[in-house]
Design a protein around this ligand. Structure first.
Ligand code: TK8
Length: 347
């Protein structure tokens, strides 16, 4: 029973997260006692627009933080990569120049390679499977790796299942990838996987994608449907193939330099707001992705599905890549992730 499962998860998971905390050491206050709530303004930036589910999540996060802090902590949201792309903003957090960003986990592999386990194609088939991994032990293990890199992770939001668009032809079989010049995120697993399929992948920052598609310097890109709509890729792409090839999480990151200067009360406000906004953001994301398909159809995109069998075939072709990276990131971690998914499927 899906409804029951969702309800139980919604009740159990947030409390698990609170108990497990976020791996930050709040006792290191540099001798000073930090108490209460100070008047502060937090700079938060994302790559997507305000109307994207990620943007809507940030608006919710802002509301929650301001409400819980009695208006003392203000969140200033910057959308559309105005503060830079995912990697640049993450580096700004490390340097203490920006307080919050919510990047895709994929570009983080440049800082912590193990985040690449989330980039293995065709691991998840449903969002619940991803939630079990992200909100459970594995997700926490990866959050715990952040503080030594100057970052604090307050949990995972949802970018979601990625779909392929291009200007050449429908992609229905693995063969159809051959020769397609596809923009990928800056992530070696994605790069190798598309290479293995015979495509010609070009890693690129998100804010450059529309222009690259428009000028035809690449044939295609892959992103969840809500992004295809809000970025108006339909204006420069004819074909949408529902490949569902990989699920991308967003991750809410806080600058550790900033975090360490907060009182426990302030940290709790951010942690609670991140979790509440997560549940809201995931809900909005699933709804918007559902609505997107109709919008894209109306916009004139030619949409095709990909059969289960073809997906299995693609998965098999990519197997050498996943084997290679499983070794690199730790076979145990990857096996644990697969076991977690199997558990959800068995229920
Ligand atoms: C937004 C990105 C984006 C991601 C990508 O900052 O780069 O394609 O899917 O949504 O994180």
């Amino acid at each position: 029973n899906k409804w029951l499962k969702r309800t139980v998860m919604a009740m159990v998971l947030p409390s698990m997260l609170v108990i497990s905390g976020c791996g930050a050491d709040s006792t290191k206050s540099g001798g000073k006692v930090k108490e209460g709530i100070q008047t502060r303004t937090i700079k938060a930036g994302i790559g997507n627009s305000e109307s994207h589910p990620q943007g809507q999540g940030m608006v919710k996060f802002k509301e929650l933080v301001e409400e819980k802090s009695g208006g003392k902590i203000k969140v200033q949201n910057y959308f559309d990569a105005t503060l830079g792309d995912d990697l640049k903003m993450t580096e700004a957090l490390q340097a203490g120049m920006q307080e919050i960003t919510v990047p895709s986990t994929s570009p983080l592999v440049g800082i912590i390679p193990e985040y690449g386990i989330y980039d293995f194609p065709f691991v998840f088939k449903e969002e619940e499977e991803a939630y079990a991994v992200l909100d459970g032990k594995i997700g926490q293990t990866l959050l715990d790796k952040l503080p030594e890199h100057g970052l604090i992770g307050l949990g995972y939001w949802e970018n979601g299942f990625r779909q392929l668009t291009n200007s050449k032809h429908p992609v229905e079989t693995a063969d159809d990838f051959k020769g397609l010049k596809i923009r990928t995120m800056q992530n070696e697993v994605h790069l190798d996987a598309f290479n293995e399929l015979g495509a010609n992948p070009t890693p690129m920052a998100f804010s450059e994608v529309f222009t690259a598609l428009e000028s035809k310097s690449v044939d295609g890109q892959e992103n969840p449907l809500a992004t295809i709509v809000t970025q108006k890729y339909d204006e420069v792409q004819s074909y949408l193939s529902l490949t569902n090839h990989v699920y991308t999480p967003f991750i809410l990151l806080v600058s550790k330099k900033f975090w360490d200067g907060l009182s426990e009360e302030e940290q709790n406000i951010l942690q609670e707001s991140a979790q509440e906004a997560r549940d809201y953001q995931r809900k909005v994301n699933r709804k918007d992705n559902e609505l997107a398909i109709k919008k894209l159809e109306e916009a004139g995109m030619k949409i095709n599905e990909v059969s289960e069998q073809e997906m299995e075939n693609m998965k098999e072709i990519i197997q050498p890549v996943t084997d290679k990276y499983a070794k690199k990131f730790g076979k145990d971690l990857v096996e644990e992730m697969k076991a977690e998914v199997e558990k959800v499927r068995a229920n």
